[in-house]
Design a protein around this ligand. Structure first.
Ligand code: BGC
Length: 729
């Protein structure tokens, strides 16, 4: 394979049953409307089959928090060869290759298989979720007999048995169904459909398929609706069948059945090949803007494409009421919940390359302002306080407890109560979006209100320490979640200052350009003179902790009084440090979960101090950081590149890429690490290329490329105009 093809493809060859969970996650396909894991067509008992649609959350009564409801596998196929089922754990696998073509968003698998009875057949499966029409899914199956087959029996059905989720009950995890009122239809011998309604939230989801290429009849099954054909095959004879599926929800339309019929009708008229051509063209247009070309480093090239691919398939192109969960739409982890991962990790790549998607993601937060206001009010504050974990309602959905361990002990989860920096993270993302895109319409109608109302929250939240004459924050969790209920996390305190400075910039811009809007917002959000005076005071007197003996920022009050742990002694390591040390010991130590002060360096850079100052902090904090979160290393890569530590930056980048590609943390089965992928993209553009806004208006680059990279080329939009940059090392 030539490098330009190799770097566009993920390939699994030969069949490796020990890596199935990893593969079924990283080979996920999607189109920003849904994600569909790459489990096999024939289905296996232990697989995690999931097709997840944005916004279809449901709170199962047995579970702690809402989850994205899993819909039936739309690509299921049951094949029998002269009475023997086609299964990889039966008969012999003579040849096998599974491929994800990231350029075109197409998943395929070829298997040369010998049945237990000795018949050899070649199977080719191909499927995609149309990027040209988000309601269309397509699959093609080719079966070639190398020996004579009397009866090849194939059922293309919807596997409703996979439409289950895991719920965490007092008795432990159990499988639950989020569906009620399921209905099954067989409109024609070559069509079948399934519809269901979520038990608590009442969303309806429908799928309708049409199959072609053989003499199909409806299965008439009451739980696995589908269509079936039977043929005899002579040696070298091949049968090719196609399945087209329409999928939609009550979030899209009130008239689900007619909508599905219309969508499917259009797709059938076009046919598989035209749909595929349109799908590939839609992907080509996205890559035109989003591909980063790196010459001289095949691994980074491929990993950069993988990172972008995973972001693209999860990013809502047309829907401003949904956002990307921490594990994208590729697995059950975090139940589809949305964290700061979106705004600070996954969204910025879209701000630069697909501003419409970035806008949708920010609008999700705008529409959820009522939830944020409710959270502030419930906790006795003013303004808007965004939830740490968010779903379709915008209310706080962080579970309060972990699952019980084997002794029945549970640990209280404090992030939903105390990880409050998310409100400023969202404000930061709004501001960056506005500065890069120049989307004044968004800023005036929506963005300004988000920045200002979250600033009102801080007005009510900060605490005045009269003795020390400074503002403080107690009972917090910063990005480093190994330390809970701490005081004055420097990341949060410093971001509050940034936030309030930009609240003033927002107000001043509005006053100059749209005084009436400034007036209106001041009045509806109660931004009185007193509020503004206090904002000024907070900017001047917010406590930004420092640790004088080392002359660095102090991650939070008393951080350096905690136990020192020499992390070098624990390398190499797969297990997370909090698991090795235990929760309490970790809490009592200086072991840091993830980029915290380093995160601040990535985001605020020079605003924090000169190069020497930043280097001092880097040298103190990096050896103490255990990278217990997938969010950590890409931020280290970004910050290191800015500090001129190119080799360190490279090592962190490659480690961050390995989280999904090599499953180095061993948890890819739960889903893709969306933030790591967003971070990888940002580390390339903001870190290695050094793209930044210019104080004078405009943009500039300040490249720090590894010496062996021949060049790096990327595009982005600045105020609506496409810019393309090529850097040589
Ligand atoms: C990290 C958080 C992150 C969450 C979801 C946690 O392990 O510490 O920063 O938001 O995972 O990815």
């Amino acid at each position: 394979m030539r490098p330009e093809i190799r770097t566009w493809k993920l390939t699994e060859k030969p069949f490796n049953p020990t890596h199935l969970f990893h593969s079924e996650t990283i080979f996920t396909i999607g189109n920003g409307y849904l994600g569909s894991r790459a489990t096999f067509e024939e289905g296996y008992p232990d697989e995690i089959a999931a097709t997840l649609l944005h916004g279809i959350f449901n709170h199962h009564e047995q579970d702690l928090v809402p989850d994205l409801a899993n819909v039936p596998a739309w690509f299921a196929v049951q094949i029998t060869v002269d009475g023997e089922p086609f299964r990889l754990n039966e008969g012999r696998i003579l040849g096998y290759v599974r491929e994800l073509d990231m350029k075109n968003g197409i998943l395929s698998r070829q298997v040369l298989w010998q049945s237990p009875g000795g018949k050899i057949l070649r199977f080719t499966f191909e499927r995609f979720a149309s990027m040209a029409d988000q309601h269309i899914l397509a699959q093609q199956i080719e079966i070639t007999a190398l020996d004579e087959v009397q009866v090849l029996d194939c059922v293309l059905d919807f596997n409703t048995e996979t439409a289950l989720n895991i719920a965490y009950t007092a008795e432990g995890p159990v499988l639950v169904s989020h569906w009620k009122n399921a209905s099954i239809t067989y409109p024609a011998p070559d069509q079948s459909g399934w519809q269901g309604e979520t038990t608590q939230s009442g969303y309806r989801v429908g799928i309708l398929q049409q199959v072609s290429g053989a003499d199909f009849r409806a299965t008439e099954s009451s739980n696995r609706p589908g269509n079936r054909f039977q043929v005899s095959l002579k040696p070298e004879q091949r049968v090719t069948v196609t399945r087209l599926v329409g999928i939609a929800t009550s979030r899209d339309t009130k008239a689900l059945s007619p909508f599905l019929e219309e969508k499917l009708g259009q797709a059938v008229e076009k046919g598989y090949n035209t749909l595929k051509t349109e799908h590939c063209a839609a992907w080509a247009a996205i890559w035109e803007d989003m591909d980063i070309l790196i010459e001289g480093d095949e691994y980074v090239q491929k990993a950069a494409r993988f990172a972008a691919y995973q972001l693209i398939i999860a990013a809502p192109q047309k829907d401003e009421r949904v956002s990307i969960g921490a594990k994208t739409l590729s697995g059950p982890g975090y139940k589809g919940h949305v964290f700061w991962d979106t705004e600070l990790f996954m969204l910025p790549p879209f701000t630069l390359t697909q501003p419409g998607i970035a806008r949708n993601l920010l609008m999700y937060r705008y529409h959820n302002l009522p939830g944020a206001r409710k959270k502030a009010k419930d906790e006795g504050f003013l303004g808007a306080m965004y939830p740490w974990e968010s779903t379709d309602t915008g209310e706080e959905t962080t579970p309060k407890w972990t699952l019980p361990d084997k002794h029945g002990n549970r640990i209280r989860i404090w992030t939903g109560d105390h990880e409050q920096h998310i409100s400023s993270d969202i404000a930061y993302a709004v501001w960056q979006y506005w500065k890069w895109t120049g989307d004044n319409e968004f800023f005036v109608k929506h963005g300004a209100e988000m920045i200002l109302d979250t600033a009102v929250f801080w007005y009510s939240r900060v605490e005045w320490n009269a003795k020390k004459q400074r503002y403080e924050l107690s009972e917090q969790i910063g990005p480093d979640e190994y330390h809970e209920n701490i005081n004055n996390p420097v990341y949060t305190n410093r971001m509050v200052v940034w936030h309030l400075q930009h609240a003033f910039k927002t107000l001043n811009w509005l006053r100059t350009n749209l005084p009436e809007k400034a007036q209106a917002l001041q009045s509806t959000l109660h931004i009185t003179d007193e509020v503004q005076a206090k904002w000024q005071d907070i900017i001047a007197k917010m406590y930004i902790p420092r640790y004088e003996p080392l002359n660095v920022y102090e991650q939070f009050d008393g951080f350096f009084d905690k136990d020192e742990v020499n992390l070098a002694l624990y390398t190499p390591r797969v297990t997370a440090m909090d698991v090795i040390l235990g929760h309490q010991r970790t809490n009592a130590s200086q072991v840091i979960k993830q980029a915290d002060v380093v995160m601040m360096i990535a985001l605020l850079g020079d605003e924090l101090g000169d190069h020497e100052e930043l280097m001092r902090n880097w040298r103190v904090y990096v050896p103490r950081t255990a990278h217990g979160s997938s969010l950590s290393q890409a931020m280290h890569a970004w910050a290191a590149a800015r500090l001129g530590l190119v080799e360190e930056a490279y090592e962190h980048w490659v480690d961050a890429a390995g989280i999904d590609l090599e499953d180095t943390k061993g948890n890819v089965r739960d889903g893709i690490h969306g933030a790591a992928n967003g971070g990888l993209y940002q580390a390339l553009i903001f870190g290695f290329a050094g793209l930044q806004l210019d104080e004078k208006g405009g943009w500039k680059v300040d490249p720090r490329l590894p010496a062996w990279w021949k060049s790096m080329t990327f595009s982005f939009y600045y105020r609506g105009e496409k810019q393309t940059v090529t850097l040589k090392s």
